[in-house]
Ligand binder design. Structure first.
Ligand code: MSP
Length: 506
């Protein structure tokens, strides 16, 4: 038991949330739900990134004030996260006063430390990334490597953060904290990048005013990435509540996509070091969800059509969450496929879990008068269950939700096989039938808790049908999942199918 502070990136408000942005957020939510089961004191932060040129231009194109655009899009993120049952503890908006205060105090600390100097920026910039590029990093056509769109030439008087001074300190830090960037392949990428030499970064703008003014030179606003990263500290109380900050900082995990690795694993720890605060404990990087081989994003129009709400209408909240967590291992890129999603829903949710629940409750109704029997001490399923709990716990710990769910579903399959071997539906009521059903009910209890971070609604419903009081969230893992926790002697309810089988749209 401890405290666990997890963050998602804060999302740009130039357009509505899509399945790609939902991916990181659902993973963060499920991870936090798991840690709450462990009894950790959890804080889950998400929010929106609202300043900068990209947002200013998007607002101009829509003929609205940037604040109006930020308000309306930020609201859409809140709504989408509500639809997806994201239980965050805090939703930060970078246009909030608390953020201005935190940014002002942090950038002033960096300035006072002598790490910010005036200079002239002259180079290439991708507005969609809000990032600089060296000529050598562009595509053969001279485009941004992420968005495949033309970059712009900028010349401006800017303040620079002396990132170049942090090469050795960063290498030393990563040497001492091998877990600070996962997976290892990304850690190696970061180390390679740092070893290649670091350029100073421009951290202010005079050409726009949609941002937070520099405390010592109000002609400049803080460069959007520089202030966006600080959101993680704002929400922990920096600049407004020192005790809160001491409790929650450093963050335990920043979950991010691979496109924003350098900002988080090179700039951010150096900024923290310069400001005299600890860097985050870990940055965990996942790949992209691809659609037809292309990154789903707001700038590539291919995904804007794929709204989380549409998928929820078809698959239900838990169906969408399960797909994102189970079918797209954390780390590599994954291809989104509608057909694959239907197939997985039918196999894992409708067939494996749905059938187990329906089968057990039907037979309990027929052979046990609807009262669930207690599990048996020496059940062959006990060993399988203990393994599932241990494997799932290890996988959640390693931020591998797909593996945690695989371990959970393995137990479901083993239990279905056990029922098929024993065929309690064919046997006469009596102790043998009671034993088999009691064991299956105990597995359902365990599975419900293990699956609850992914499918919280169905888990709560299944819990109720098993005749258990409270909710799966009340169980403390792992002790509460020790074999034979199902009390027996409680009413089991059958109900309508938890996951009605889906027929693919044509
Ligand atoms: N505002 C910055 C982040 C600042 S954090 C201090 C930003 N925003 S973003 O809206 O463009 O994207 C944020 C994140 O959304 C990505 O890093 C990634 O985590 C997630 N994803 C966006 N598209 C995605 C996919 N197609 N697939 C998986 N994740 C995706 O960058």
């Amino acid at each position: 038991m401890g405290r666990f502070y997890v963050t998602t990136p804060i999302y740009y408000v130039n357009d509505a949330p899509h399945v790609g942005s939902s991916y990181t957020t659902v993973i963060g939510d499920a991870l936090c739900r798991w840690h709450r089961l462990l009894g950790d004191d959890v804080r889950f932060l998400t929010g929106t990134d609202e300043h900068g040129l990209k947002i200013q231009r998007a607002a101009e194109a829509k003929n609205v004030d940037p604040r109006e655009l930020a308000d309306s899009t930020s609201r859409r993120f809140v709504e989408t996260w509500r639809e997806l049952d994201i239980r965050y503890d805090d939703f930060i908006r970078t246009t909030e006063e608390r953020h201005r205060r935190a940014v002002t105090s942090m950038i002033q600390a960096i300035y006072d430390n002598g790490d910010i100097e005036l200079g002239t920026y002259d180079g290439l910039y991708c507005v969609a990334c809000e990032g600089y590029y060296a000529e050598t990093e562009l595509t053969d056509d001279g485009n941004c490597p992420i968005h495949n769109r033309p970059v712009e030439h900028f010349t401006e008087e800017n303040y620079f953060f002396k990132l170049s001074r942090y090469q050795e300190r960063l290498l030393e830090y990563y040497e001492q904290h091998p877990e600070a960037v996962i997976p290892a392949s990304k850690r190696n990428e970061v180390l390679g990048f740092i070893r290649g030499g670091l350029n100073d970064i421009s951290v202010s703008r005079t050409s726009i005013d949609w941002g937070i003014p520099l405390p010592w030179d109000s002609k400049h606003v803080v460069y959007v990435w520089f202030e966006a990263l600080m959101n993680y500290c704002t929400a922990a109380g920096l600049g407004s509540d020192d005790r809160e900050f001491a409790t929650w900082w450093p963050a335990d995990v920043h979950l991010i996509g691979k496109d924003i690795l350098r900002f988080h694993a090179v700039w951010w720890p150096a900024m923290c070091m310069s400001a005299g605060i600890d860097p985050p404990r870990q940055v965990a990087i996942h790949g992209f969800l691809l659609l037809g081989g292309e990154k789903m994003s707001k700038s590539n129009t291919n995904i804007t059509q794929l709204s989380p709400s549409d998928l929820i209408d078809e698959f239900g909240v838990d169906g969408v969450r399960y797909h994102l967590l189970r079918d797209n291992p954390f780390g590599p890129d994954g291809d989104f496929s509608y057909e694959g999603m239907v197939e997985r829903f039918n196999a894992d949710l409708a067939n494996n879990l749905g059938n187990l629940a329906a089968r057990v409750s039907t037979v309990v109704e027929k052979k046990c008068g609807g009262i669930g029997p207690a599990p048996s001490a020496g059940s062959p399923l006990a060993e399988h269950a203990a393994r599932a709990v241990a494997d799932a716990a290890a996988a959640w710990q390693a931020i591998a939700p797909s593996e945690a769910l695989e371990a959970t579903w393995k137990l479901i399959r083993e239990t279905n096989a056990y029922l098929e071997q024993n065929e309690p539906w064919k046997a006469e009521p009596g102790p043998d039938v009671d034993r088999v059903l009691g064991d299956a009910l105990e597995v359902l209890r365990i599975v419900t808790v293990l699956a609850s971070p992914a499918i919280p609604n169905s888990a709560a419903e299944l819990w109720r049908r098993l005749g258990l009081s409270g909710s799966p969230e009340d169980v403390r893992v792992p002790d509460g999942l020790a074999w034979a926790g199902y009390p027996g002697g409680v009413t089991v309810t059958k109900g309508t199918p938890l996951f009605p089988r889906l027929t693919p749209r044509t």
